[in-house]
Write a protein that binds this ligand. Structure first.
Ligand code: NAD
Length: 368
């Protein structure tokens, strides 16, 4: 099998700072686990605009289509706020998602024991939590036509349309079932079939895919509003949740915050399988470029490091190595090391971005 390829797009602000720590971890896997990666780098966002006048060049886009996985840091910053919409840093990210057709957005909500007190919920509700929300990302009400604001008589009307085809539901359902097989083997599908026809279709299609292709995976259905309540009441009842673009936007933000800091949250966006069987994939932390702390050694690299752990698991079929990396992060947190965003408890040891990277590498060494 050829060496797996990775394209690193560190981006702007703290993007390059957190990605530097990921680079060290990638090198560690090459040196210590005989798991080398063919790594290339490119520009995205404001730094690409500065160099090339566009937030993503055609060459970088083409490279993203070729590699096994893309790892992205963050884009944006105040220097680019007044640019024309067509060249804003975020357009680079949107182009990647659109042209790679990344329809399944994976947002884990995982709560490390050591950080359970950072949650707004009680410790026993969140400690040890490990759930995955799969949000449909390329269709639904954010894209459906007709849309707009029209004049009707003497008042204006705002219109958006929820629209899902069977094939769009089928493919994201398959992503969720596949993930469940690698995790706790349970999928809960959420919609509003009680009041929306698109929800009726969603439920039917997910059930059909479950019955015909994944009879071994336990499938349940829940109305999305009830799902929101259950996420706050007892989130540990879930394993994989699959839902549409709008509900997924809300539910994944709410679920992610069960676990504490923005600096801890990874994500993945997956598309159709490529010729080698791997899905098209982009891995990135949920946070942005954090201009308020850029260049100060304060950025928490864990969200970006955990995004790489997701790549190991979902693109490279190295679940054991992903576990190893997640355990290394858990160990460092249990030892009390904290970047600035996680400080606040007595007895914690403040560390910089690179010191956090050092400690995670040491924990990886200790795992051998
Ligand atoms: P942000 O996520 O950059 O920052 C929000 C707050 O969280 C800040 O106080 C920041 O210091 C803190 N924070 C974020 N990541 C952190 C980390 N790893 N470690 C420690 N603290 C962290 O969101 P924002 O301030 O709304 O946006 C800043 C810029 O980032 C904007 O230009 C925005 O458009 C862009 N943005 C990009 C992405 C992306 O690249 N995917 C996502 C969101 C925002």
């Amino acid at each position: 099998m050829s060496t797996p390829s990775l394209l690193i797009l560190a981006g702007d602000g703290i993007g390059p700072e957190v990605m530097a720590e990921v680079r060290r971890i990638i090198d560690w896997y090459g040196a210590k686990r005989d798991l080398p990666f063919d790594v290339s780098e490119g520009l995205v966002g404001g730094c690409s605009y500065d160099a090339h006048g566009t937030p993503l060049t055609d060459e970088t886009m083409a490279r993203a289509q070729e590699v096994d996985a893309v790892l992205l840091g963050a884009v944006g910053g105040p220097a680019y706020d007044n640019l024309d919409f067509s060249v804003k840093p975020e357009r680079g990210l949107l182009r990647l998602r659109k042209e790679m057709d990344l329809y399944a957005n994976l947002r884990p909500a995982q709560c490390f024991d050591a950080l359970a007190d950072f949650s707004s919920l009680k410790r026993d509700v969140v400690a040890g939590l490990d759930i995955m929300i799969v949000r449909e990302l390329t269709s639904g009400i954010y894209f459906g036509e007709p849309r707009g604001i029209i004049q009707e008589g003497n008042e204006r009307v705002g219109i958006n349309t929820q629209r899902y085809t069977e094939s769009e539901i089928e493919r994201v359902a398959r992503s969720a079932f596949e993930l469940a097989r690698r995790r706790g083997n349970k999928v809960c599908s959420m919609e509003k079939a009680n009041v929306m026809e698109s929800g009726v279709l969603w439920r039917e299609v997910v059930q059909k895919i479950g019955d015909t292709e994944y009879p071994d995976v336990e499938l349940s259905h829940m109305y999305a509003d009830a799902g929101a309540m259950q996420l706050c009441r007892w989130p540990k009842q879930f394993d994989v949740i699959v839902t549409d673009n709008l509900f997924g936007d809300l539910l994944s933000d709410a679920a992610a915050m069960l676990t504490g800091s923005l600096g801890m949250l990874p994500s993945a966006s997956l598309g159709a399988p490529m010729e080698n069987g791997r899905p098209k994939a982009l891995y990135e932390p949920v946070h942005g470029s954090a201009p308020d702390i850029t260049g100060q050694g304060k950025a928490n690299p864990i969200a970006c490091i955990l995004s790489f752990a997701m790549a190991l698991r979902y693109s490279f079929d190295k679940g054991n190595e992903a576990d190893r990396l997640e355990k290394a992060v858990e160990k460092v947190l249990a030892d009390g090391l904290r970047t600035a965003d996680l400080l606040g408890e007595d007895g914690a040891t403040p560390v910089t971005t690179s010191e956090m990277g050092d400690a995670i590498l040491a924990a990886l060494d200790a795992s051998l």
